[in-house]
Design a protein around this ligand. Sequence first.
Ligand SMILES: *Cc1c(COP(=O)(O)O)cnc(C)c1O
Length: 385
Amino acid sequence: MKRYDTETLAVTDPRGRSDGGESRAVVPPLHLSTAFEMKDSGGDYKYSRMGNPTRDELESTLARLEGAEHSIAVSSGMSAISTVCLSVLSPGDRVVSSESIYSGTRRMFEGLLKPMGVDVVYVDATDPQNVADAVDGDTKIVWAESPTNPLLKLCDIRGVADIVADAVFVVDNTFSTPCLQKPLELGADAVVYSATKFLNGHNDALGGAVVTDDDELAEGFRFVGEAALGAVAPAFNCYLVRRGLKTLPARMERHVENAEAVARFLEDHPRIERVYYPGLENHPQHDLATEQMDGYGGVVSFEVEGGVEEAEAVLRGLDIFNVAVSLGGVESLIEHTATMSAERMTDEERAEAGISDSLLRAPVGIENADDLVDDLRSALSDAYA
Ligand SMILES: *Cc1c(COP(=O)(O)O)cnc(C)c1O
């Protein structure tokens, strides 16, 4: 059978065109109905929590992009993460997690899993051996992200997959998207997304997804996501994320291009102490990034000279970058991580995580790259005038 590329599969399914209904609309309609007519034996749908045509449309697109058998669309990245954990784990089990994970994931591990009697241990997952050393007979989940937030560290996905035999290896692929990295092909068992970020891409809808090739896992995810938690994505959000996905390959190309331009500009700037971007040759895992990813991602982190005051002065001078948390939308954003995302952490925890007072994290949007560089140049020159 002919293989189609991601750019095509994001827009359409050449093997089974979307059902536009009686109107034969090119864009499938948004189905807000929560219930479906069942007289005369009914059709494929009954009640929207258990299945909805607009959600199906998104789920099949996600599965297609990932080259996966199953996908379930849920209401946020956190509900994707909770759905996976609650369907796999029981009291007494262990999770071996990378120490560099999304702060909300860590809060969930600490505040929900641990009180439930699940043991969670954190390791430096940049070296698969550390994961291997922590996995024991009770380990049911191995959890990693790559690249990580905010320091863009990588996890050797194939390396970890090779040593995880019995546990479910889950990769949070939010930063990479299926356009830049396909963890299932590298040996992961399940992939989770915050669709709020690049997948939707327009900073206007919350969403999440879980993708897997494993029938049994998928059945568990569906039971927990739909029947038990009712964490399914609302139809309108499914519609928006599905629309966003059509331009995902085109947007990712531009995000990567712009992020590289920003990273190279910052690397040479005298007021910048350090730049974190997997596409730079001096990134400690640049070779792994080249091998594992099809593009180095759209997020750049960097440390300015000085501390909180200087970092905030740079933010005040920016006209294009929005000072905001979140990432992955067409708009360029920038945050002072220590005060905006890691404010719940103690000073020691921040130091341990490598989050210095002068660290800024910039998800680079799809605006003109020269304009973005000029915005940073002038904000830096004003801040250090
Ligand atoms: C934002 C994010 C999440 C959480 O997603 P929500 O949609 O906010 O629930 C999980 N993982 C990563 C890497 C994220 O960036």
